[in-house]
Design a protein around this ligand. Structure first.
Ligand code: NAG
Ligand code: NAG
Ligand code: NAG
Ligand code: NAG
Ligand code: NAG
Length: 285
């Protein structure tokens, strides 16, 4: 084959004017192929949409479909200085504790009485605020109960805007992680928080006071129905104020939830229901 013939062969392959074929196929043949793929892809898209639709129908927007039987929620404290729970400061140096007060201010802002009154109900205390769905009507959206900032009294940041940090009597605020459907405390006994020293620090912790009294999470804040069903939910808080903690030494503290139906430190999560932190208040520069 000469070079010229080869070139014509290629040209003919791309466009054969004799048979009117493009890349070896006639226009109608190409048309059929395109049509086939078009139909095929429309079919696939339809199948995908249908599957998704059926799946989404089975999901409840307001409740996770899969939630294992997590009965012991974790606890967290505020202020959280860094990834470790270590609150260390110098009374004499404002810049070492001011950040804790600021972190608490920020954390407490959504609990301002005015905000709570606008968003939430004044519920009946000491009983669960149950808003179940009836079999065919979803009871959504669900209301939530007010947790007024002033409940935390001396630790509310209102009377004492530095939460006691400036005079060595700091407040720590504790919150229980949300667990949908959890009803802690039975027989009308509300769950409550207690804090104590860890191991060797037993004589350093001094007197403590809890807000609200006895460190309880009122029953009216349970059950929690999930972020979508209960958009305005405010987690209840407990504050603990250390009135006479030993200064210039590390004090390791552990707080835990006490409820007759919350098991502590299960095998799966030994931190369930408890939280530890270190507090060190320096008075000598
Ligand atoms: C909450 O109240 C404090 C003082 O009581 C105020 O300084 C702050 O701006 C308020 N925050 C919000 C979000 O309303
Ligand atoms: C949530 O709070 C807003 C005001 O911030 C209020 O208008 C709304 O009704 C509340 N929704 C529910 C479900 O409580
Ligand atoms: C929260 O505070 C507001 C105003 O300070 C008050 O009207 C409301 O009753 C309080 N709510 C509860 C549950 O104590
Ligand atoms: C606190 O606990 C004590 C003893 O358990 C009880 O007598 C008292 O009524 C409780 N106070 C409040 C405000 O719940
Ligand atoms: C504070 O604690 C110290 C021991 O660390 C103790 O001697 C003192 O009596 C306590 N003060 C009060 C008011 O409880």
């Amino acid at each position: 084959m000469s070079k010229d013939e080869q070139k014509t062969g290629w040209k003919e392959y791309i466009w054969n004017s004799r048979t009117r074929e493009f890349l070896g196929r006639t226009a109608s043949s190409w048309g059929l192929i395109l049509l086939f793929y078009l139909v095929f892809y429309i079919f696939l898209a339809g199948l995908f949409t249908l599957t998704m639709y059926v799946m989404l129908q089975t999901l409840d927007d307001h409740k996770p479909t899969w939630q294992d039987r997590l009965t012991t929620p974790g606890m967290v404290i505020r202020p959280k200085a860094d990834e470790y729970y270590e609150i260390v400061y110098d009374i004499g140096k404002t810049e070492t504790w001011d950040m804790y007060a600021q972190a608490l201010d920020k954390f407490m802002a959504p609990y301002n009485n005015s905000v709570q009154v606008e968003k939430n109900n004044a519920c009946t205390p000491d009983q669960n605020f149950v808003q179940e769905d009836s079999p065919d009507v979803k009871n959504n959206p669900k209301r939530s109960c007010q947790f007024n900032r002033t409940i935390l009294e001396d630790c509310s940041g209102i009377g004492d805007r530095y939460y006691g940090y400036q005079d060595g009597k700091p407040c720590i605020i504790i919150k229980l992680n949300r667990v949908i459907g959890m009803i802690p405390g039975v027989n009308g006994e509300a769950p409550f928080v207690t804090c104590g020293p860890k191991r060797e620090d037993s004589d350093k912790i001094g007197e403590m006071v809890y807000f609200p009294p006895n460190g309880t999470f009122n029953l009216m804040y349970y059950p929690y129905y999930g972020k979508k069903a209960q958009v305005n939910y405010s987690q209840p808080l407990v504050a603990v104020k250390f009135l006479n903690i030993t200064t210039n030494q590390d004090v390791n503290i552990e707080c835990k939830i006490n409820a007759n139906n919350i098991p502590l430190g299960t095998e799966r999560d030994k931190w369930a229901g408890r939280v530890s932190f270190k507090l060190r208040i320096n008075t000598i520069a």
